[in-house]
Write a protein that binds this ligand. Structure first.
Ligand code: IPD
Length: 271
């Protein structure tokens, strides 16, 4: 506990891991059962299932027991004004389309912010039994093995992850950009869950990742995990990552990719 009564980042990380693992169990069980009832949100490509809702309810309920008075922001509508200075930013299933189609690569993401800064986070991907975790000032780990990002390759031989948001206009922009980026890198991956893509950068499955227009719950925990593994996660201008843009890679490659994206016409998402 700090002198202000707010738990330490390490304690918040433990809470994030506990609730994310519990929710991931629920999601994994559902993934082995019948296809869930599925609806759409902002567009026909923006899916939500009964399992997203159940997992979010579980996380919000557990946090209410463990940390009464904290704020919560959740993908499926949770919005609790807190009184403690701590706010939880949660995505009950990042990669819902993978989940619906029974593809691997979806995860529960739980981050803790203190006075607006992400200080702890957990990303739990039940499809590969991976628990990623980190807290500000500490190491990042995957299944308790510390992650330290290796020196990056040059952009020409980098494997770069990206994603496409559900909005058709944004997709058009993203398609133009990816067409220009593809000949300049080793290859592109669109795996379908930004949180696991970012954790993939932290653990060396990808050399870099970029995406326009993510939501805070998609990247809050995983961007911290990249930073704690020795990487950089910024927006297009080099500031903190934002819902407008997220660019992640090891130092050296990160700056080259960020500048190349801008040169190829990437622009922050309009509101
Ligand atoms: C989506 C995934 C996807 C990314 C989209 C997100 P959701 O999140 O992270 O990889 O490309 O932009 O909306 O809807 O599955 O939680």
């Amino acid at each position: 506990m700090t002198s202000t009564g707010v738990p330490t980042p390490k304690a918040l990380e433990a809470t994030a891991v506990a609730v994310a693992c519990e929710a991931a169990e629920l999601v994994a069980e559902a993934a082995n059962s019948e296809r869930p009832a599925t609806g759409t949100k902002s567009s026909a490509n923006d899916l939500v299932t009964e399992v997203d809702l159940a997992a979010e309810a579980l996380i919000v309920g557990r946090l209410g027991e463990l940390r009464p008075g904290d704020g919560v922001l959740g993908e499926e509508g949770a919005a609790i004004e807190g009184t403690t200075g701590v706010r939880w930013v949660i995505d009950p299933i990042d990669g819902t389309t993978n989940f619906v189609y029974r593809l691997p690569g979806f995860a529960v993401s739980v981050a803790a912010e203190v006075d607006g800064e992400v200080v702890a986070g957990a990303v739990v991907d039940p499809t590969v039994e991976a628990v990623f975790r980190a807290h500000l000032g500490g190491p990042a780990s995957r299944n308790d093995v510390t992650l330290e990002m290796a020196p990056p390759p040059p952009l020409e031989t980098a494997l770069v992850g990206t994603g496409f948001g559900p909005d058709p206009e944004r997709r058009r922009r993203q398609a133009h950009l990816v067409a220009r980026m593809l000949p300049e890198v080793r290859d592109i991956r669109r795996r379908g869950a930004a949180a696991t893509d970012l954790c993939g950068v932290a653990c060396g499955e990808l050399d870099a990742f970029y995406e326009e227009g993510l939501n805070r719950w998609d990247f809050a925990a995983a961007a911290l995990i990249v930073r704690c593994a020795g990487g950089l996660t910024t927006d297009l201008a080099g500031g903190n990552p934002t819902p407008e843009y997220v660019v992640a890679a090891a130092p050296g490659l990160h700056e080259v990719l960020r500048l190349r994206l801008s040169a190829l016409g990437a622009a922050p998402a309009p509101d």
